[in-house]
Design a binder for this molecule. Structure first.
Ligand SMILES: Nc1ncnc2c1ncn2[C@@H]1O[C@H](COP(=O)(O)OP(=O)(O)OP(=O)(O)O)[C@@H](O)[C@H]1O
Ligand SMILES: [Mg+2]
Length: 256
């Protein structure tokens, strides 16, 4: 149950993180690493502490112990907006789009909120270039002018990923992006994720997901939480065959 010794340096890591809500221990001395250029997953049953860990990594949740590092620097005291500016982007378990804006305007708004210097002159063309790239990558052109509030869940999840990508992230935290997707949409999402992490300035990805087909297909390593504790970490193969994980979680979900 040790992290992959051959993995590249972590772009983002949690060290010994604990969070308590009153008497409830939501996270107990949890460590995890997101190596650059990789897709890794954080899995576990409902209430295991996955979203709480995302909140810790993005600065929305204070910890009782532990620290968060980004490219080696201790960012535990940084507010959320500073972590966002530095290149940590996330999507939410419940869709968080501007429902009354079009798909393309949702992307534009995300680019503008994350890039200083405004949209005049060069800024305008940089914005257009990035938004177009992301529309292309995620195949959003056919729904570019649709209002975000009128989309299916699958389309909405793709737009949310697009908004995160428009911030030019170094690391992307995706909280249950497969939730509400049908089989075809899930397959398309897997393909997109693999494309997203390709290339020299591509972000690393930390994925929280209950769809084990998606997870096992795209991730190189997984950390498993149960009642706020790490019960295993390793490759998809190791996790699939781990007795403790099977008993706590995988016994209840289908694994491809
Ligand atoms: N703000 C809060 N106040 C009190 N308890 C909380 C709070 N947020 C989360 N919890 C509790 O902490 C535990 C971990 O919750 P968390 O949302 O992190 O789980 P999760 O692994 O994301 O679950 P799911 O798979 O259902 O999304 C749960 O018992 C939850 O009820
Ligand atoms: Mg959650």
């Amino acid at each position: 149950m040790s992290p992959d010794p051959l993995a590249p340096d972590p772009v983002l890591s949690a060290e010994d993180v604990s969070v308590k809500f009153g008497g409830l221990s939501a996270l107990a001395n949890v460590s995890l690493q997101v190596p650059s250029g990789r897709i890794v997953a954080l899995i576990g049953p409902n209430g295991a502490g996955k979203t709480t860990m995302f909140n810790v990594l993005t600065g929305l949740q204070e910890t009782t112990t532990g620290r968060v590092r980004f490219n080696g620097a201790d960012i535990s005291g940084w507010p959320t907006y500073r972590r966002g500016r530095a290149g940590i982007a996330r999507t939410f378990q419940r869709l968080a789009l501007f429902t009354r804006l079009s798909v393309s305007d949702n992307l534009v708004a995300s680019w503008e909120s994350s890039h200083r210097g405004g949209v005049f002159g060069r800024g305008r063309s940089l914005r257009q270039e990035r938004v177009h790239q992301v529309m292309e990558l995620l195949n959003l052109w056919p729904i570019a002018d649709r209002l975000a509030g009128e989309l299916s869940t699958g389309q909405g999840r793709m737009v949310e990923l697009g908004r995160a990508l428009c911030t030019d992230p170094h690391v992307l935290l995706l909280d249950e992006p497969g939730s509400g997707l049908d089989v075809k949409e899930t397959a398309a999402f897997c393909d997109v994720l693999r494309t997203v992490v390709r290339g020299p300035s591509a972000p690393a990805v930390l994925l929280v997901e209950h769809d084990m087909t998606l997870v096992m297909e795209v991730c190189s390593a997984l950390t498993v939480l149960d009642f706020g504790k790490v019960i295993a970490c390793g490759s998809p193969e190791e996790i699939r065959n781990d007795e403790l994980v099977r008993a706590a979680y995988l016994g209840d979900v289908s694994v491809a």
